[in-house]
Design a protein around this ligand. Structure first.
Ligand code: PLP
Length: 450
């Protein structure tokens, strides 16, 4: 049981001054209703009313090892007591950052052996693009700068990362123009009407090829893709998609960036999903979130030896980095998190428990209001429809995802609404009983709303 100070005095002050992310600020201003999370343990969090809730979104797809793991907390504390801060600028380094880089090189597939640290997934993706632009400058190909992304993608919310993200995420906002091209969303159920999955795949690859030829491969630096799209609605591409896109990129000498901010560190049953699950060898992997299980802000841009050889091949400063790149406490958290995952075999366990979770959620597909249940292991989405046969979407005003999420929260589960979709990305320490409870709550909540 948790011994928490649930006084809300401090929170009320913070409410007045805190600008929240991805929230309707006007609605918050009007009714002020917030869920105040004051504590956590394992797969659960506690709110200021004393309710214990299953953390069905793992903080924000990140608390992979579960909340308040002693090993990670101790490693952070010990690190701070030894060396609170030093940077990795110039010729300075420290054991935690160097050690974590070596560990990531060991875990990442193929020749991805060089790691630059940042402090968020957005920054990891911005770094990947900046590094590739510099790489092509060094190769004497200064025109090779355009980026292929996809409709439905989410790559973060810094100025460059939001431009790579699907356009719906910047409605009413400005973004960097002229650099990013969005290829088709690889969602068979919605976009591949009348086609088999294999035909849909062929159509996607043919479309990508056409776009590359129209832009000119000599102008394209890279293709960036999440193995499974997350915040775009949990889109699992058709079988063979990433391998085929990888081959296309190789043919046209376009670098392949795999955005594994969500899919790494056990969420799909492996430390990294690109090679092990989707059979593609990226030139760069970006990751964050589960890297420290969210205990510290940390991201990594893991690049191939070949890219590193070019950017380090002649003298001249590498003009990129953040003060907190490889922060000692964050790197120590990453090392402890990975050690814990290896010791407890979390990725291996997820191959069983994650599949169980996936199966239980798929059972909800028979419900009237459920159009599609999709995803893999502990990365799942449920799309609600007004008319099941016609796949008619609900209107935005129906706020259907929100209604189901509220019904679930009342019953002890936090899930994340995203328009007509409900997203589940829990901690990876859910046991069979918790998985049953979660599926039961979802079933009741959907039944209440439909
Ligand atoms: N890439 C993916 C696939 C993400 O899901 C996210 C965040 O949800 C990001 C990048 C951005 O990461 P951050 O919010 O840490 O900047």
């Amino acid at each position: 049981s948790l011994d928490l100070d649930t006084s809300t005095d401090g929170v009320l002050t913070a409410d007045t001054h805190l600008v929240q992310s991805f929230a309707d600020l006007n609605a918050l201003k009007q009714d002020g209703a917030r869920t105040v999370i004051v504590g956590a343990e394992g797969a659960y969090v506690t709110d200021s009313e004393g309710n214990q809730l299953i953390d069905g979104i793992g903080g924000l797809w990140c608390v992979n090892a579960g909340h308040r793991r002693r090993e990670i907390i101790d490693a952070i504390t010990e690190q701070l007591e030894t060396l609170d801060f030093y940077s990795t600028f110039y010729n300075f380094t420290h054991p935690a950052a160097a050690g974590l880089a070596a560990k990531l090189a060991e875990l990442a597939p193929g020749h991805l052996n060089k790691v630059h640290f940042g402090n968020s997934g957005s920054v990891a993706n911005d770094s990947a693009i900046r590094i590739l632009h510099h790489y092509y400058n060094r190769l004497g190909q200064p025109k090779k700068k355009q980026v292929l992304s996809r409709q439905g993608a989410y790559h973060g919310s810094t100025y460059l990362a939001i431009a790579m993200t699907t356009p719906e995420y910047s409605e009413g906002w400005d973004k960097a123009e002229g650099l990013i091209h969005h290829l088709k969303k690889p969602h068979h159920w919605r976009e591949g009407e009348g086609m088999s999955e294999a035909e849909f795949l062929d159509a996607l690859i043919a479309d990508a090829k056409g776009r590359i030829e129209a832009i000119g491969a000599e102008n394209i630096a890279c293709f960036i893709a999440e193995p499974i799209m997350g915040a775009g609605g949990i889109i699992v591409p058709p079988k063979g998609y990433h391998a085929a896109m990888g081959a296309l990129c190789r043919d046209y000498e376009i670098k392949y960036i795999s955005d594994e901010v969500v899919t790494a560190f056990g969420r799909l049953g492996h430390f990294f999903a690109s090679k092990d699950v989707f059979d593609v060898q990226p030139d760069i992997i970006t990751t964050a979130k589960g890297l420290t299980s969210g205990y510290q802000p940390l991201s990594a841009t893991i690049m191939s030896d070949e890219i590193y050889e070019v950017i380090s091949g002649e003298s001249g400063s590498f003009l990129h980095g953040m003060t907190y790149s490889g922060h000692p406490a964050a790197a120590a958290a990453g090392l402890a998190n990975i050690a814990l995952m290896e010791r407890d075999q979390i990725p291996q366990t997820v191959r069983t428990t994650g599949k169980l979770f996936e199966g239980k959620l798929r059972d909800l597909a028979d419900m009237d209001m459920v159009g599609e249940v999709r995803g893999s292991h502990f990365m799942m989405g449920i799309e609600f429809v007004r008319d099941k046969a016609a796949k008619t979407p609900f209107e935005v005003e129906d706020m259907i995802g929100l209604k189901v999420a509220q019904a679930a929260q009342k019953r002890g589960l936090i899930a994340r609404p995203l328009g007509n979709i409900l997203i589940l990305s829990p901690t990876l320490v859910m046991d069979e009983a918790m998985i049953d409870t979660t599926a039961g709550i979802l079933c009741e909540s959907i039944a209440e709303v439909q």
